[in-house]
Design a protein around this ligand. Sequence first.
Ligand code: ADP
Ligand code: MG
Length: 229
Amino acid sequence: MEETQVIIRTEQLGRRYGAITALTSLDLVVEKGDWLTVMGHSGSGKSTLLNLLGGLDRPTEGTVQVAGQDLSGLSENELARFRREQIGIIFQQHHLIPYLTALENVMMAQYIHSVVDEVEARGALERVGMGHRLRNRPGELSGGEQQRVCIARAIINSPALLLADEPTGNLDGGATRMVLELLRELRAEEGFSIVLVTHNQEVAAWGDRTIQMDDGLVIRDDLVGGTPA
Ligand code: ADP
Ligand code: MG
């Protein structure tokens, strides 16, 4: 595989917290444009993996390469820049600022990334179908609508990799489908790759490939076969 077609490459990647091994011996290669689903019990290391891929945390073992950059070699400043330029993140808890409107929440992300551009922020909210709710605060929006604002916020810097940690965990079936359809659409338009954590088999079906984690180890990867769940 040409290196230019690889978005993620980890070698013997591991993360220990004192005596706890949160992630161990992970060799993972993900192709650009792919949608990888990560499943596994609570505490199996899913968020740890996402944090390492997003440069939010550093490995204690092995290496992690994202978008051609070896994150282990980056300084704190370089890592912050890597996050700004390459990574978009969506969480289960929306982490929107309650006293800012939808538009202001997206503009706040712009402010952190680079410069505030209201037209661009408005455009991002229109793309996620929230053009009519620009002036509403999170408390005035449904769970699905809040998650759409988060998606607008995550894609504002055209990330190479979108990380989603149980993004539909708090949503009902209808809102879940809407969020997944939106991610599928945006990926087709923007060409970013996705790593999405979920407990839900139906949600996993939206991805191209699923890995299953248990106790810090990948115990199943449907790319290399194994027992179907
Ligand atoms: P998951 O997202 O699959 O529920 P995590 O990646 O959050 O699992 O956690 C994996 C393991 O690492 C758990 O045993 C958890 O308690 C531990 N862990 C995660 N983050 C920390 C931390 N900052 N300090 C200590 N232990 C942690
Ligand atoms: Mg988690």
